[in-house]
Every structure is written in C-alpha cells, then in structure tokens.
Design a protein around this ligand. Structure first.
Ligand code: ARG
Length: 588
C-alpha cells in the first residue's frame, strides 16, 4: 500500500516511460492550486530542460498517455502554465482506495527494510536537576523512536546518563564534609559497604547546588572535587559504592518521571559504562598517531580542508589526565558499534552542542571506529520563558519534570472545567483525563514547531481546546469515538465507502496522504510533519462533520459510509498521536 501521491507518481512514471522519456523527475505532489486539480506533476518541465525540448509539448504527450491508460482512475488531466500537469482522481477510485486503507493495519504506510537505529536522547545528569533541554530531548527523541519503530526500524532509545563527570566528585566531596565518618571515606574499611544509601533523592537535590557553589567560590574545594572525581574514575571502592547509590536513586526517580511523561528508554546506559573502553582507545589512538600531545593535553585534530569555520581539535584528556565529554562520547560510539552494530545513531541534543558532535563524529571517522554507522546530530532550540530566556520555574530555579507535569495537569484541569468536559465522571477518570490532556499539551507544543526553532512556554495556550494544540487534536479523536459509540447504540456500524461528493472529497483526499506525512517526518527526522498532518486532519474532519448529517442521515448507505470516514479519521489520528507519545482518552 502507499499514498495517493505514490500511486499517481507511478502512473506518471509509466506514462513517461511509455513515451520513451526519462522518468526519474516524474514526481507528483498535492496541488498547490486545488482549483485546477487535486495533484500536480512538474516532471515535464525538468525533462524538457534536460532534452532541450518544449515542456508544453511533453506535458501534452503525457496527458494523452495518462488519459488513455488510466481512464478509470483519472477524472481529469489538464495542463497549466509552461507545462504543469494537473491531475484529479475519479470518486470511484478514491472510494476504492479508502476501502483498501480500511483493511490495512498500517493505514497505507508500507514498512521499509529494517535498519538498526540507536537514538540518544534525554541525557539527564545524575544528581543534577533536569533542565528544559533534557525535557525537549526526551520528548523529541521518544517521538522519533516511536516513528522509527513504526516505519519498520529496530529503534533503541538510550538515555545516556551524565553520570561520570565532575559533579559526581563535587557531591561526594560535599557528603564527605557533612558525614566524614561514613565507611565510604574510611581507607581502612573492609568488606562490603552498606546497602542503604546514606542520602535520599531530596538530599541529592539539596546537596548538588550547595556543592557546586562551594566549588565555585573555593578553589581548594574545586581541587578536592577534581581529585575525588579522578579517584572515582580510577576505581576507588568507597567512592564507587557511594556513587552507585547516587546513580540508583537518580535512575529510580527518572524512571518514575519519564514514565509519567510517557517517555520510554530501551537502554539505561551512562557515560560510566564506557569507562573501561577509554584507556585502550586512547592507547590505540596514540599508537596509530591519531592522538597527539598539545600543551599538555592529548588531542585529535579534526579540522578538514573545506571547513568554513574553525573546527578545533577534540580534547581526549586534559593535562591532569581527566577524560572529557568528547572522550566518553567517542568511547560510546565504539561501545554501540560493538554491542548493536547499528546503521544509524541519532543524537537528539541541544543545538548548542553542534560543534561537540562534529568533533566527535570526525574523530570517530579518523579512527575508523564508526564501522558502517551513520551519525547525525539532531539539534533543537530552547524552550523559553515569557522573558525570552530558557524557561525556569516561578521560583527561578531549574525545572523538575515532576513539577512540570503537575503544572500541565493543573492547567488541563482548569481547561476541562471551563469547557464543561468530563464534569460528571468519577474522580479517578477525571484525573487521568487531565493528566493525558496536560501531557498532550506539553508534547504537541514542543513537537509542532520544527525542532530547531525556539518557542515560548505558555501553558495557557498549550492547553487550549482550540487552535493548533495537542488538546484540540486529542479532543477531535475523542469526539469521533463518541460518535461511533452513539452509532453502535443505534445499531449502525461503519460500512462500504460510497464515492465521495463535494462534502466528503477533501477529507477523503487527506486520509490518503498519511504515508506522505510519515515519510516526510521520518526522512527529515521531523515530528512536526506529523503534528501538521494531525492538525489538518482534525480540522478537515470538523468541517466535514459540520457540513453533513451522520447519525441522523436517513439514507443508510450514506450514513454507514460516512461512519467509515469517521472511523478512518479516528484510526489515523490515533496512530499519529501514538507516534507523538500522546494518549487518547475513551471519552471526555
Ligand atoms: N548529559 C548531557 C547534558 O546534560 C547530554 C548528553 C547528550 N548525549 C550525548 N551523547 N552527549 O548536556
């Protein structure tokens, strides 16, 4: 199965071939002049140029062939301008196409050959509060993971925790100052360390800013934290045991919060997991002359002759021997290639880290550790507050995922109340709906802009049931569910599609475009393509629904055909929303 544009592209290609013309330019797109036709092909122009022929003449030839070969499918083929071909489908063909969609689990989206794709997103840091960058990474990355899985890839989401850097040393040092008698700090300690953590999640949240501030104002404390970090990395058992507690506590909290947000990870790996790969990697790079000393540091030169901007060397180790962010990312590539042999690794990380990834990818290629894997940095912009600066909570602090979800749920509760929705449902169901609406609001607001653009955090707007919002699209799906329920109560089920009339045609054409939206989102790694499509579909359905009767239609064939359109719309909306990580309540 494929989209209507795919099918028409085949028709037009065949026509080019039948005329002995090169067919590769014969693409078809939805028309940008719907008054002239439903679809258009600009292929004649491209071919005419390469053959130095008159485009209008070629278009005329193609038109003739198309009409002769596809009389049953094409209602109209006309020419416009210098050689555009406009195409419109017969209503019988449209109805038959939608009948085929009805029987297809994948709603026309053909699965493509599977690739193994690792998606690196989230990237929260142990013991440090998450910030909006981590939120965006999680939402975008998880949507891409769902999309890649649906398209047929073996997609694996990896949280890639920041669990190995200086913040770890800072926290250990702060705990050592507060509780110096703990066994973790006793060099003479024998046997296992306590199973219970000496700190809770709340402690960690309190300790990190204090520790960071101490290191900022006191060079001796910074020195101490550095030394502890180095010992931790070198395997000092007490520090390792304490660190394990921090990681376990943080992961438990993250699992809970990401779970509430509906963000899934297949791999809970972190920087620390590749620690043992680093030394051999460095030794090999030195031996092969890829790594070199520079001002006491060990670096890989990654500049290339065609660079428009300076690309500085990637620093592997600093003069004190500490490994860097890029070093762990390089080792992580080695690890991923060995463990999963991926075709593609996608890094969903703040655009401001673009240079970092360029350096890491180049270093991996210089060392030929990338194997056959393609690596792409998918950068994103910031979520800003009303002041235009990266969003912070009202208290000015960094955001906690938990609080953010609570805020969105609260706002959604207000909106539901204003709209008189879900008013008399049991309290547990109401709460669940509010949570689903709140998350739909957050995710859709984030995903509906192209990821590279910045946007302003405005819960009041995100949670509205009108406009291009998650709740609007979600509610459109809920309304169709209720329509289908009412139909069932009066004994009606969706039936065979009748050839569409002016009322049904625009919706019918749009339903045939789902595979195009999925393909665009996949190839551009751009979930906003899905949001756009879902929004158009919700709008088009609402136009259709207000233009005709469904339940009260007296012609049974028409009634059940329209129910079929409603059902297909619902299936497409539900599919897209599920790819965006948005749930649809049964009722509202
Ligand atoms: N932990 C990093 C940060 O907070 C993000 C990690 C992104 N992924 C990666 N492979 N570097 O900025």
């Amino acid at each position: 199965m494929s989209s209507l544009t795919d099918i028409l592209t085949e028709f037009v290609r065949d026509a080019f071939r039948a005329e002995g013309l090169p067919a590769e330019h014969a693409g078809v797109t939805p028309s940008n002049r719907p008054d002239l036709g439903q679809f258009q092909s600009n292929g004649a122009l491209a071919v005419a140029k390469s053959l130095k022929r008159n485009p209008r003449e070629i278009a005329e030839q193609i038109r003739g062939t198309l009409l002769a070969q596809h009389a049953g499918e094409l209602r109209d083929v006309s020419l416009a301008g210098p050689g555009f071909v406009n195409l419109s489908l017969t209503d019988e063909f449209l109805a038959a196409h939608l009948d085929r969609l009805t029987d297809d689990d994948r709603l026309g989206v053909a699965p493509k050959p599977a690739q193994t794709v690792i998606l690196d997103y989230g990237g929260p840091n142990v013991a440090k509060p998450m910030h909006v960058g981590h939120l965006r990474a999680s939402i975008i990355g998880d949507a891409l993971r769902r999309l890649f899985l649906f398209v047929g890839d073996r997609a694996l989401g990896d949280v890639h925790l920041g669990d190995w850097g200086l913040p770890m040393g800072m926290i250990i040092s702060e705990v050592a100052h507060r509780q110096p008698h703990l066994p973790y700090f006793d060099p003479a300690h024998q046997g296992p360390y306590p199973r219970e953590s000496p700190v809770t999640l709340e402690d960690l949240e309190e300790i990190y800013p204090v520790a960071a501030a101490a290191c900022k104002s006191d060079p001796a404390r910074l020195q101490e934290a550095r030394a502890i970090t180095a010992e931790l990395q070198a395997g000092q058992p007490g520090y390792r045991a304490l660190w394990r507690h921090f990681v376990d506590i943080s992961i438990a909290a993250m699992r809970r919060d990401f779970g509430a947000l509906g963000v899934h990870f297949d791999l809970w790996k972190g920087e620390a997991d590749v620690h043992d790969l680093i030394q051999p990697m460095i030794d090999e790079m030195k031996a092969r002359g890829i790594a070199e000393e520079s001002e006491g540091a060990l670096v890989v030169r990654v500049a290339e002759p065609d660079d428009k901007h300076e690309v500085p060397p990637l620093i592997l180790t600093k003069s004190d021997g500490a490994v860097m962010y890029g070093t762990t990312d390089l080792a992580t590539i080695v690890d991923r290639v060995r463990s999963h042999d991926p075709d593609l690794i996608l890094y969903v990380v703040d655009q401001r880290q673009h240079l970092h990834f360029e350096q890491v990818f180049r270093a991996a290629r210089r060392a030929r550790w990338n194997g056959r894997v393609q690596m792409e940095h998918l950068g994103f912009g910031t979520m800003n507050g009303p002041d235009g600066k990266p969003f912070k909570t009202r208290a000015g602090g960094v955001m906690r995922l938990q609080d953010l979800i609570a805020m969105a749920t609260e706002e959604a509760t207000k909106r539901l109340h204003e709209a008189g929705l879900a008013a008399d449902y049991p309290i547990a169901e109401r709460q669940q709906i509010a949570a689903q609406v709140g998350i739909a609001a957050l995710k859709f607001a984030d995903l509906s802009n192209h990821r590279i653009s910045n946007y302003i955090f405005d819960l009041e707007r995100f949670t509205r049931f009108e406009g291009k919002t998650g709740p609007y699209v979600q509610y459109a799906a809920v309304r169709i569910k209720s329509l289908l329920r009412k139909a069932a109560e009066q004994g009606d089920a969706p039936g065979r599609l009748l050839p569409p009339t002016d009322i049904e045609r625009p919706l019918t054409l749009l339903l045939g475009r789902l595979p195009d939206a999925v393909a665009a989102a996949h190839s551009r790694r751009a979930p906003n393509e899905l949001c756009e499509f879902a929004f158009s579909l919700a709008q088009e359905f609402s136009r259709f629904y207000s233009a005709c009767h469904i339940l009260s239609e007296t012609d049974a064939g028409l009634r059940t055909s329209r129910l079929r359109l409603a059902q297909l719309t619902l299936r497409e909306l539900e599919l897209i929303l599920s790819l965006l990580g948005i749930e649809v309540p049964e009722r509202m």
